[in-house]
Design a protein around this ligand. Structure first.
Ligand code: PMP
Length: 395
């Protein structure tokens, strides 16, 4: 190894470890359901994005197996050569129907989708107004675009309006975009989309909403844009197929013209192999399930509200979540890590989220109760939170 690389790694890894910021990777032995096994120990799982339990759904497993038998395990090429199978076409029509838009394009992941979509439309003569707490993939997508990036204070509409006005009045930009998560993943709060749309209309801003944590969850499962009834007002509706939908992939839903452009200009679509057919078939079936019935989404909210109320009653700070995402804010990084470790020893897997994923001093246990959890599991988890909370002086 080059000496420069060796010393860079040694120094930086040591620093992270001494600050309690180095996350060890946990290996799950078997399926990622409401309970998981790690190091031979069964644990209540409060850290997956498998909101509706679809990642391990029996019917979807069967659908994927049949598609593998028919099509094989890989798509064989990038979408623009001959990796577009009829299944991909069906998936994109299904996403558009689900989201209430003219068309949709799918990608290999939600992360990839943000890298693809932002840079396909925005460039060095443009400006992006980005919520300060937007997801890492949005931040990276913005950087890749080479547009001028202006962060606005989280959900502060006065700050957004002021920055939009400054951008317009500077006369420097051809296009200006406002970009936000629909549901903020670390706090569970919703973007103020009606205000954002109003500001966008005032200043002719392109609107971009990444609803990775909203689809299948908010808007009776149809997402945060639908929750606010703004399907006609948002240019880019972004989502992931890896969380509530339970499989893998990302998408943009919007006007036909926009999707046509992304199909010829977004680089991961052009240069990276398409999602495998087994996955695509399972995603189509999952979306069909959500369109046929609200049952799983309702169960998710019931469990989310139950768990949230339980933690609140115990005296924990659960922030201002408006969704089933339930942060339990501990504060200092090392204490947060210790809290999570003690939960694990007692039988709950609930990951500590610390800087740089969240601002320093706001370390938290982010709980994701799902539709798949039983009341007994949630009660057991609550009693373990109580025990550890008292032991570490958090409550
Ligand atoms: N956007 C947001 C807001 C997310 O929370 C995530 C997932 N962490 C992503 C994009 C990335 O999605 P995926 O895991 O499908 O790549």
């Amino acid at each position: 190894m080059a000496k420069a690389l060796d010393s860079f790694l040694e120094e930086n890894l040591q620093q992270l470890k001494s600050q309690g910021l180095y996350n060890e990777i946990d290996v799950v032995e078997g399926a990622n359901g409401p309970e998981i096994q790690i190091n031979g120990k069964r644990l209540i799982n409060l850290s997956s994005n498998n909101y509706l339990g679809l990642a391990t759904n029996q019917e979807l497993k069967e659908v994927a197996k049949r598609a593998i038998d028919q099509y094989g395990v890989g798509a064989g090429a990038v979408r623009t050569i001959n990796g577009t199978l009829d299944l991909h076409d069906q998936l994109e029509a299904k996403i558009a129907e689900f989201k209430g838009t003219e068309a949709a394009i799918s990608y290999q992941s939600g992360f990839n989708c943000n890298m693809a979509a932002i840079s396909a439309v925005m460039g060095k003569d443009d400006c992006i107004l980005s919520d300060q707490l937007n997801h890492a993939s949005i931040i990276d997508g913005c950087r890749l675009s080479k547009a001028h990036i202006v962060a606005y204070t989280h959900s502060d509409m006065d700050d957004l309006r002021k920055k939009a006005r400054e951008a317009v009045e500077s006369g420097r930009y051809k296009k200006i975009m406002v970009i936000t998560d629909g549901v903020f993943s670390m706090d569970g709060d919703l973007a103020k989309l009606p205000d954002i749309v109003e500001i966008a209309k005032e200043f002719d801003l392109i609107t971009y909403v990444d609803d990775a944590h909203g689809s299948g969850v908010t808007g009776k499962g149809r997402g945060t844009v639908k929750h606010f009834g703004l399907e006609k007002d948002i240019d880019f509706q972004i989502g992931t197929l890896s969380k509530a939908i339970g499989v893998v992939g990302g998408y943009v839903a919007g006007k036909r013209k926009l999707i046509d452009w992304l199909k010829v200009r977004s680089r991961p679509f052009l240069f990276s192999t398409a999602v495998p057919p087994g996955d695509v078939a399972a995603i189509i079936a999952a979306i069909n399930m959500l369109m046929d019935s609200n049952e799983l989404t309702e169960k998710l909210w019931e469990n989310g509200n139950y768990f949230k109320e339980g933690l609140k009653q115990l005296g924990f700070d659960i922030g201002n979540s408006e969704t089933p995402i339930t942060p339990c804010i501990i504060g200092e990084e090392k204490l947060t890590q210790r809290f999570s470790k003690r939960l694990l020893e007692e039988g709950v897997y609930a990951k500590a989220i610390v800087y740089p994923t969240v601002p320093r001093g706001t370390g938290r246990i982010r709980n994701m109760p799902t539709a798949g959890h039983s009341k007994a599991m949630l009660d057991k988890a609550l009693s373990i939170f109580e025990k550890v909370g008292r032991e570490l002086g958090v409550i």
